[in-house]
Write a protein that binds this ligand. Structure first.
Ligand code: TXA
Ligand code: MG
Length: 317
């Protein structure tokens, strides 16, 4: 039988070198990270960045996150300050993205940051992408590997579900451990959280020793969270449901729900981190079945629950 997933490659030294070759030729590949899977391209190449926007059908005004494996490389592209260093020390590599001032002589392709004066940067902790970045002389622009506005992928098969053979190479790194996109924090001017993620407002406030607000503005510089419609499975979603019927997929959380073909439990144990890891997987599964609606129970608004509720609100918009 022919393997339909023939563009998915397992994580091995040989395949890392293959990935490097693709990237050096300014081609786009699928890559794992600890948050979600991404589409990676050379951040210094116009050609690569244009391909990313085209593949994702992403509006040009929505900038990409640039990924690095070390501070020395970042310093060529962005100005850093004390605030950044404190947070970097505590949380990087990991699921935190910083918005910094772009250096005038940076080689980052202006399209990659929507011609803004700022760039978003992240140091991913997933071993595969870290090792790949180490091999390269340029940073990678890596947006989530989904068509703009759709559900983010958390496995190599999800990337295939979004793009099929439109990309030639998807590097497999197992299920994403976190399953929700990184926290985005603005460090240009007043410190603000633009998108909630696994690194919480509380943890950040503790390091900076002050309260950090969530950004409420729907500015032209749409930050992840700030696009109104996002993470969409393409059918209506109703939040805070107590019960459901047989036409809807019922997403639940905790042990009191019976198993049946309409019910999808994010975490039978009632563990919010597990629920976060499963959220996009479950939404994608339901999307590929024949449901007309999704009903979802109330998810506790604490810890990762805050991130889950942020994404659900946008998916339901
Ligand atoms: O966890 C993640 O961050 C994943 C993995 C693959 O690293 N990436 C990701 O990228 O979520 P993306 O493109 O799906 O979301 C990044 C968001 C964009 O929606 C954009 O609005 C915001 O970051 N962003 C990027 N550069 C920005 C900038 N200079 N100012 C404000 N927001 C920015
Ligand atoms: Mg995205």
């Amino acid at each position: 039988m022919k393997n339909i997933y023939s563009n998915i490659y397992k994580n091995s030294p040989k395949n890392l070198n293959k990935a490097k070759k693709f990237l050096k030729k300014n081609k786009i590949i699928g890559v794992p990270t600890e948050t979600v899977y991404g589409l990676a391209g050379n951040a210094y190449s116009d050609k690569a960045i244009k391909k990313i926007y085209k593949l994702k059908k992403r509006p040009k005004k929505n900038p990409l996150i640039i990924h690095y494996d070390n501070l020395k490389k970042l310093k060529k592209d962005a100005n850093i300050d004390n605030r950044f260093l404190k947070l970097y020390k505590k949380f990087s590599p990991g699921p935190l993205t910083f918005i910094l001032k772009k250096k005038k002589n940076s080689k980052i392709c202006p399209l990659a940051n929507a011609k803004l004066k700022t760039i978003a940067v992240r140091f991913p902790s997933h071993r595969t992408i870290k090792n790949l970045l180490k091999k390269l002389h340029f940073p990678l622009a890596i947006p989530s590997a989904n068509i703009s506005g759709k559900i983010s992928p958390v496995s190599s098969h999800d990337v295939f579900d979004e793009f099929g053979k439109n990309i030639n190479f998807i590097l497999d790194g197992g299920m994403s451990k976190i399953g929700l996109e990184s926290t985005v924090i603005n460090l240009c001017g007043i410190t603000k959280i633009m998108r909630p993620g696994a690194i919480s407002k509380k943890e950040i406030a503790k390091v900076l020793r002050k309260n950090i607000p969530f950004s409420k503005k729907f500015s032209k510089i749409n930050s992840p969270g700030l696009l109104r419609k996002h993470y969409s499975p393409g059918i209506p979603i109703k939040l805070n449901c107590k019960k459901s019927d047989n036409r809807a997929a019922f997403i639940v959380f905790g042990k009191k729900y019976k198993k049946n073909k309409y019910t999808f439990n994010l975490s039978p144990k009632g563990n919010l981190s597990e629920a976060g890891k499963n959220l996009y997987k479950v939404l994608r599964k339901i999307k590929n079945l024949d449901f007309k609606r999704i009903d979802i129970v109330k998810i506790p608004n604490r810890g990762i629950g805050i991130v889950i509720n942020d994404r659900l609100k946008k998916a339901a918009h």
